[in-house]
Every structure is written in C-alpha cells, then in structure tokens.
Design a protein around this ligand. Sequence first.
Ligand SMILES: NC(=O)c1ccc[n+]([C@@H]2O[C@H](COP(=O)([O-])OP(=O)(O)OC[C@H]3O[C@@H](n4cnc5c(N)ncnc54)[C@H](OP(=O)(O)O)[C@@H]3O)[C@@H](O)[C@H]2O)c1
Length: 259
Amino acid sequence: MQEVLFNYEGKRFVVVGASSGIGRQIALELVRAGATVLCLARRTELIEQIDVKDCCGKIIPAFSDVTKCSSGEWDEILKKFVGDYGKINGAVYTAGVAGLTSIRAWDEELSQRIMNTSYWGMLRFLQSATKKRFSEDGSSFVVFSSVAAYANYLGLLVYSSTKSAVQTAVKNIAKEISARRNRINSISPGWLTDTEMTDGKSDQFSNREILASKICLGEGTVDKISGMTLFLLSNRADWITGTDVIVDGGMLLRGGVFE
Ligand SMILES: NC(=O)c1ccc[n+]([C@@H]2O[C@H](COP(=O)([O-])OP(=O)(O)OC[C@H]3O[C@@H](n4cnc5c(N)ncnc54)[C@H](OP(=O)(O)O)[C@@H]3O)[C@@H](O)[C@H]2O)c1
C-alpha cells in the first residue's frame, strides 16, 4: 500500500523511452494516476503491451528514434498530440544506452551513440517540448543522469561524461525556462536490477545477493525511481528546479558497487 498517491487526472505528459525499464514504469504510474501519456520509443510494440486496467486510451504510443529525430520532427510529433489531447504538463526523458569505452579501449561508434541518445537527443526533444505552444505554464521536465556522473568507474568514460553533461544542461535550461514557471530536474539512479540496460551486463551483478550487500538499502528496482519522478512532476515540487536528485539506496555512500 503506497502512502503517497498522485492525482494527475486530466493532465498530459510525454515519456521518451517508455518501452522498457524506468520509462515504462513511469508511464504506467502516470496513467494509473489519471494522466494521458504520449509514450515514445523505437519498439512501439512493447509500449502497446503495457497493460493498464481501466485506463484504456490513456497510453498513446508513437515511434521515435531520438538519435535521428530533429527538433523540427519533434515539433510535428508534439503538434499532433497537443492537437488531439491538449498542451502537455510535463515530460520525462529516459532514453539512454550504456556501454564500456575508455580512452585506451576507444569505440567511436558506441561513444557517439551514448552521447547522442542521452544528451543530444534530450536537447533536441526539450527544444520542442518547452515551447509555449506545446507546454502549459508551470510544466515540469525530468531527465536522467546517473550515479556514474559522481563516481569514476573504469570503462564508463563516455557514459559518465554524458551524464555529467546532462546535469550541467539541466542547470542551464532551468534558468531559460523559469519565466513561465517551468522547471527541469534530473534524477541519478543507482544500479537497478530490473531493466534492460543492466541485464546481463556484469557477472558480479547477476548475483542479486552480492549486489544488494554492496548497497546500504539493498537491491534497486524501477519502482524506487518512479516515485521521485512523479513527485518532481507534481505541484508539490513547484520550487525545485535545476537540481539533481540521487536515488541510489546509499550506493555512493559505499563508494559505488564497482569498487
Ligand atoms: N538501469 C540503471 O541501473 C540505471 C542507472 C543509472 C542511470 N540510468 C539511466 O536511466 C535511464 C533509463 O534507463 P533504463 O535502465 O530504464 O534503460 P532501459 O531499460 O534500457 O530503457 C531504455 C529506454 O530508452 C529507449 N531508447 C534507447 N535508445 C533509443 C533511441 N535511439 N530512440 C528512442 N528511444 C531509445 C529504449 O527504447 P527502444 O529501445 O524501444 O527505442 C528504452 O525504452 C537511462 O538514461 C539510463 O542511463 C539507469
């Protein structure tokens, strides 16, 4: 039984990266709270499988490859949704890919893909979503950084740098969009065990007991992240902007699970 319930009846949101992991969970909880949600990813068939009882028609799936979508194309996607349902009250951008690359074991294609998905794709989306014609005054935007922005893990050179860039962008954009009382914040999750991003990425972490023992509050799952996201989207967070919220079960307190 959840102690905090959110009411998003009559509200409209966009979730980019809704086919899996954190984004999927956020879309699900927003719809359960009454919102209509434009859900984007490449694998729209996975979005169509999201099963929300009694919420028929509130998940609107659409295709987007964030590495290719220009801000003009985002305008077209949002124009259609806003025309059909009304201006958005906020958006969540979770699209991201992880991968190992270091200065010695350099992988140019992977490096570009990591940065393009989490950072450039996010900026192109926000250019469009923060426009007055698409978002209500007082809209809230949440994007995704990582604990990797705080700790230096071998092989995560580009991923960590990208996630640091996300946090810097948030501070910058927060100032730009504050005139309409719009807000933007990032969340830095710790290592979660139930998303595609981490699935099978490490032998060490395939053992949930070992993993849990390295994190003060034990194993992390997507529902540990969705609550903070829904809070930041809500009017209870209307004086919070330009900041990063670490949700990691105390992982960084122990120096991170990779140590
Ligand atoms: N899981 C963790 O432990 C963890 C920890 C720290 C930070 N994070 C961050 O949290 C965010 C969400 O991670 P997650 O674990 O939920 O990942 P996930 O389960 O792998 O989901 C990633 C989502 O991003 C979408 N995506 C990837 N590339 C895309 C593209 N080119 N165009 C459109 N959509 C794209 C995927 O959809 P399609 O493949 O269908 O397009 C999917 O919906 C990421 O930014 C990640 O860096 C995760």
